[in-house]
Design a protein around this ligand. Sequence first.
Ligand code: KIV
Ligand code: NA
Length: 274
Amino acid sequence: RKSAPMPDDIRAMKGGTPIVSLTAYTTPMAELMDAHCDFVLVGDSVGMVLHGLPSTLGVTMEMMILHGQAVARGLKTAMMVVDMPFGSYEESPAQAFGNAARLMAETGAGAVKLEGGVAMAETIRFLVNRGVPVMAHIGLTPQSINTLGGYKVQGRDDGAEQVLADARAVAEAGAFAVVLEKLPASLSDRVTAEIPIPTIGIGASAGCDGQILVHYDMLGLFTRFKPKFVKRYAHLGEDAEKAIAAYADEVRTRAFPAEEHIFADTAPAKGKAK
Ligand code: KIV
Ligand code: NA
């Protein structure tokens, strides 16, 4: 593909080859993902992953804008979606529009994502009708951790009907896709079969229309804990720690810097190294 897909192109991938997505927070990581992902999400998980916050509740508009701008510089062919942070959209559709417009204008994002189902349907419709493509996020919604009472699996037993209602509501309101987080696989498959927009699973099922993971989790860079739904495709955190330990050792034994890292009194002859 030559240019980034639009939200309608993502919507049209319903039922086809699964949609590939990852979170990104920085330019270099976005550059690595660009050719491999259909869309990249600047997730508010950035607060926990990069800033050491205990949850996503403390993430601000300013953080999302700064990281959104960084990610945008690294993307050519993947679409960028930016998370609306806690407190920036729940109060009213008008509040949501003001902040969504600011995120799009200041980062160049093609869409925003917000958490909530039935309760956010009116806001989603308001945004979509005014030019803001919305990706919804239902099931486990981390910004509601204090009312959900923990990061547990959602939609089990009598919770399934609420999840189905949420999925239908966001689709009817005009969301172009919906993230399903931490739901039983059979319920994820049922939601995917019932609604006309793509489902993007994280802790959901292989039957979803796409998948997303937090790149720090799948690269083994975030190791404070590992959710069951995470697969570590690399162990970059371990590699980084080994490299840092080796550097510390070489500095203390004066093995670094070596001959090739230092400068002579006179410049080398023209045409040679700098
Ligand atoms: O913030 C985030 O990283 C997310 C994804 C896990 C869907 O919302
Ligand atoms: Na998020």
